[in-house]
Design a protein around this ligand. Structure first.
Ligand SMILES: [Zn+2]
Ligand SMILES: [Zn+2]
Length: 652
């Protein structure tokens, strides 16, 4: 059977140099082979076979070639359909709504300052902690922030660090407390108002989608909220997002505020000619603390202008390669290395992409940019000394004066490394802020010192005021939580071990679509009214994701408002009859560690185990446990017919 097994793996045995191997050895050889083409063919067969069988039962002569993998009601070539939106049926129903900019003006006034103070201001804070040291230093050139404690462990010589004041009398705000405050203050559900589909081409169909608050993140200098819109109540693709930044909306920007960016994914998810690479916002709204009196207005990108700039460099200084210590040896070995043709990037460029530039050791310290008719980016840019905190340590600044804003020339990296990094002129010293003014085509700093390469093509990105009727609406939540009088702890204590299925919370008012979406991967237990969600078994990943999209946003908001009958940051005393941690079902005893002596020249001890026992511990006890969860979630659909409401419970 060895030959046959090799053949099944797609390995032609007749072409192998085989000797007197036994059948068993050939079998092993085939068994150890991992042939990707065969694995893929098997997967394809598994995908196609059920459909083929269904089609054959209708007409026996049907051929595989007439099949195509398509998605459910996907007639518009991957486009976004209004019918798949969660608000499609209730478009005409008058909903209680407020305006996004009104709500967020209040948020700006009350929370922008606190948001900045509680944000991540040093690398040591990125995992949720707040630096012990209240003294925070900031580079006035590149905007890097570091606490006084960490500054002794990093190379900070190249930065112009200055102490900034981020403390109140009581120190900096606790980020965990602030997160709860923020969740209470911001709306959980948004919708695009009327008119977006006509004004923004890529927003086609988006007016019938609701945007749910999906994430609240503590970032550098600000907090970020992400609202997501999904097809088919969270069971299909994500089609758009609104990102809201609260605190510092740009690096080094002293004027705090809120910035909201709308991105429609339609160009990236359509089937024909999809857009690849970064997706730029389709609309933005910027609210600043100093300008709260002005009426807020959404902005949309205006027609892209192209132009040719003249960039002349002078007073050469060391390039980044010299700064990191590369020598002629490196350049020489690149020159001598022959690159296989297939690995040469298929990118048109005036610079050699495989070897160092002839002048690789020098970069200009001053750049003189001219040729912009509007005069926006013209002027002298000085190189800043900051090393390692900006891409390629390349940062030039034009100081602002006489109404002209400060501008920076820096690189936006192609993080996938599938294209060239792009030089951009920005209003802030970080490409992450997205405040780009113009993008240079195929430019590296060495070009500024070559007379033949002074002319550079540039694309300008400008924003114009959106029509004033374009609004984002804040919807009042349709999902309500039943307030419980009795605290969860009392409920648990009053039960017995057998009947202690206390309900932690109950959400009412989930729409039919949401309930169907939640139940899609669950088998009903026979009792139609109650369906326990499978959160530990086969469909746990799918159900978990679905829950996090449709039910978690409202649940988390209520939790932040303190409406749950249980405080998560408090320790409760368990009832005396509960022997927590002793339950053989949830915490089975591990197999005992066994050692035996092996007698040789020296006595050695080695560990041994009983496979049966080990299997029992890891597999069997886990599967019995899944039917008896410590924490579960179920959907009650009984009341649907009469009251058209449904609820989901988290019970313990
Ligand atoms: Zn630190
Ligand atoms: Zn710096």
């Amino acid at each position: 059977m060895g030959y046959e097994k090799l053949l099944l793996q797609g390995i032609p045995f007749s072409r192998l140099l085989l000797g007197p191997e036994t059948e068993v050895q050939l079998s092993d050889l085939a068994g150890n082979a991992m042939s990707v083409s065969v694995v893929c063919a098997t997967m394809l067969a598994a995908i196609c076979a059920p459909q083929l069988r269904r089609e054959r039962s209708r007409s026996p002569g049907v051929s595989l070639e007439s099949f195509r993998v398509t998605q459910k009601h996907d007639a518009v070539d991957g486009g976004v359909l209004a019918e798949r939106g969660d608000l499609y049926d209730c478009m005409d129903v008058e909903m209680d709504q407020r305006d996004f900019s009104d709500v967020f003006r209040h948020v700006t006034k009350g929370m922008a300052e606190k948001s900045y103070r509680s944000s991540v201001l040093c690398t040591c804070e990125s995992s949720g902690a707040t630096a012990k040291e209240p003294k925070i230093l900031e580079c006035t050139d590149c905007g890097v922030c570091i606490c006084h404690d960490c500054s002794s462990r990093h190379r900070i010589g190249s930065h112009a660090l200055k102490e900034i004041n981020v403390c109140t009398e009581s120190g900096r705000p606790d980020p965990h407390v602030f997160e709860r405050e923020l969740r209470c203050a911001v709306p959980p559900l948004l919708r695009l108002g009327k008119g977006w589909e006509h004004s923004v081409e890529d927003a086609m169909g988006m007016e019938s989608y609701g945007f749910q608050l999906q994430q609240v993140d503590r970032k550098r200098g600000h907090w970020e909220l992400i609202y997501g819109a999904w097809e088919d109540f969270g069971s299909s693709r994500q089609v758009a997002e609104i990102r809201v930044v609260i605190g510092r909306t740009g690096t080094l920007d002293r004027d705090l505020g809120v910035a909201a960016y709308l991105r429609c994914f339609a160009p990236a998810i359509r089937h024909s000619n999809p857009q690849r690479g970064p997706l730029f916002p389709h609309a933005r709204l910027i609210l600043k603390l100093s300008k709260l009196q002005e009426p807020p207005r959404w902005e949309i990108p205006s027609q892209q202008k192209k132009s040719v700039l003249k960039i002349v460099g002078s007073s050469p200084g060391p390039s980044q390669r010299v700064q990191v210590g590369l020598t002629d040896e490196a350049a020489k070995s690149f020159r001598n290395y022959k690159v296989t043709k297939q690995y040469i990037p298929r990118v048109q460029s005036r610079n050699n992409l495989i070897q160092y530039h002839g002048n690789w050791k020098t970069w200009p310290s001053t750049l003189d940019i001219s040729g912009d008719i509007t005069g926006l980016v013209n002027g002298k840019y000085q190189r800043l000394s900051c090393e390692q905190t900006v891409v390629h340590s390349a940062l030039w600044r034009r100081a602002g004066s006489g109404g002209r804003p400060t501008l920076y020339l820096l690189f936006r990296p192609d993080v996938l490394r599938s294209g060239l990094d792009t030089a951009v002129i920005c209003a802030t010293p970080s490409y992450r802020d997205g405040h780009e003014v113009c993008e240079l085509h195929d430019w590296i700093p060495e070009n500024a010192l070559e007379t033949t390469a002074h002319q550079t093509k540039a694309k300008f990105k400008e924003w114009e005021k959106a029509p004033s009727h374009l609004k984002v609406e804040v919807l009042s939540p349709t999902v309500l939580m039943n307030m419980k009088e009795e605290s969860f702890h009392d409920q648990v204590c009053s039960g017995t071990i057998e009947t202690s299925r206390a309900t932690l919370c109950e959400l009412n008012g989930l729409s039919r679509g949401v309930v169907d979406s939640l139940l899609e991967h669950n088998e009903s237990s026979g009792n139609e009214a109650v369906t326990e969600l499978d959160l530990v078994g086969r469909s746990r990943a799918r159900n978990g994701k679905r829950l996090s999209i449709v039910a978690a946003p409202s649940l988390l908001k209520y939790a932040a408002e303190g409406k749950l009958p249980l405080e998560f940051s408090k320790w409760y005393r368990l009832p005396t009859f509960w022997s927590f941690g002793d339950c053989q079902l949830h915490v089975p005893t591990r197999p005992v560690e066994k050692w035996r002596a092996a007698y040789g020249r020296k006595v050695k001890f080695e560990r041994f185990y009983d496979p049966e026992e080990s299997n029992e511990y890891y597999q069997v006890s886990f599967s019995t446990r899944s039917s008896e969860n410590a924490l579960g979630m179920s959907v009650l659909t009984a009341s649907f017919a009469e009251t058209s409401s449904s609820s989901s419970c988290l019970s313990s």
